[in-house]
Write a protein that binds this ligand. Structure first.
Ligand code: UT7
Length: 332
């Protein structure tokens, strides 16, 4: 394998959300909140919650299979599967489980963790293997089961999150590059604003040999700080990308941001001078599915023919790490 390739093309998309629906009014039976507060502060009306039999592997598999069906590829021709997740059902990696379920036996599959920027970072990572000529066909998945790690007694965070997955199929090409440009950033100094930390329970193996037993504490979030970070940094990283590749908002058909809060989407859109009609949003129905939001939104828009062949999409992921990034894509 070593193809002379210059770019990637976008060939298919898929997504999956669990059936269980948790509405705002149902949450208000558990914590002191209301449908009105959640809708006005976030734009979210409901979110999906995985059933007991569901997992990142299962959701990621369904999203990936749906993307592959759109491409009509022979599954044996897939070279690479990158799964972006922060909530794997196996800490050693959930991607090989997806590979096995797909029957993509010639692929190499691995997980990548970058929270809500995960899908974007995974897409850029997979694209490098394609552009470098190592692999030809890749599936990039974003899947998260946030419900397992949310503190359902913390009204400041539990209202935001939901479960879901999306996937995109990309292929190397020597004719053009539809990943027009990208930017990636992290700032670990601000990592404490959003964490899903290990809970460090002290135990001992024998005599004086101590160890920390495994396990995680629920999500801890400083919502106001994450909000301020997002509305400050996301416009800057997109503007910087536009400058690098000589683009501006007028040349872009769709702004597809990580679906965290409608107020963040609106503020970033305003700063970048995108009209409301160009800002894609489905968080009303799903909330924040972390690595799932961007491919879930993309798939929905592609299947509804909102995003059409050759449309230009400016996309940005942002969240824990802190991490953030942007990519400019031509669909097709
Ligand atoms: O992928 C990245 C993930 N994280 C994010 O995107 C988070 C970004 N941040 C946000 O979306 C917003 O900060 C939140 C939606 C989390 C909170 O909205 P806010 O407008 O920043 O609220 P706040 O934290 O400033 O709180 C305002 C008030 C407080 O009451 P007092 O102290 O003013 O009396 C809160 O106690 O709202 C109260 N509050 C609530 N009230 C009803 C906080 N959460 C709730 C709630 N229901 N669920």
């Amino acid at each position: 394998m070593n193809f002379k390739q210059i770019g990637v093309s976008f060939k298919g998309s898929g997504s999956y959300v669990p059936n269980q629906i948790l509405t705002n009014s149902k949450i208000s039976n558990k914590v002191d909140t209301s449908d009105e507060w959640i809708k006005s502060r976030t734009g979210i009306s409901q979110r999906r919650i995985s059933g007991l039999e569901e997992s990142v592997t299962q959701m990621g598999y369904k999203a990936a299979m749906s993307a592959i069906q759109m491409t009509k590829w022979d599954i044996e021709t897939i070279d690479l599967i990158v799964l972006a997740t922060s909530t794997p059902n196996d800490l050693f990696g959930s991607a090989p489980g997806i590979q096995a379920k797909l029957g993509a036996n010639n692929a190499v599959a691995f997980d990548l963790t970058a929270a809500c920027s995960g899908f974007l970072f995974a897409l850029i990572t997979a694209s490098q293997f394609l552009k470098g000529g190592t692999y030809k066909r890749a599936i990039v998945i974003g899947a998260d089961q946030m419900s397992s790690y949310v503190d359902w007694n913390d009204r400041r965070s539990c209202i935001l999150f939901g479960d879901g997955a999306g996937a995109i199929a990309i292929e190397a090409t020597n004719e053009f590059d539809n990943l027009i440009g990208f930017n990636m950033r992290t700032d670990g100094r601000k990592g404490s604003f959003l964490n899903l930390p290990s809970n460090k329970k002290k135990d001992s193996i024998i005599d004086n040999i101590e160890f920390s037993s495994g396990g995680f504490s629920p999500i801890q979030m400083n919502g106001q700080e994450v909000y301020k970070f997002a509305v400050r940094e996301v416009p800057l990283i997109i503007q910087d990308l536009f400058k690098k590749v000589n683009y501006n908002s007028d040349k872009v058909d769709w702004l597809l941001l990580h679906q965290a809060n409608q107020r963040i989407l609106d503020s970033v859109g305003d700063k970048l001078k995108f009209s409301k009609g160009k800002i894609l949003s489905n968080l009303q129905n799903y909330g924040n599915t972390s690595a799932g939001t961007i491919p879930l939104m993309m798939d929905e828009a592609i299947r509804k023919k909102t995003i059409k062949q050759n449309d230009i999409i400016a996309t940005s992921g942002f969240g824990a790490g802190l991490s953030w990034g942007a990519a400019l894509i031509k669909w097709g």
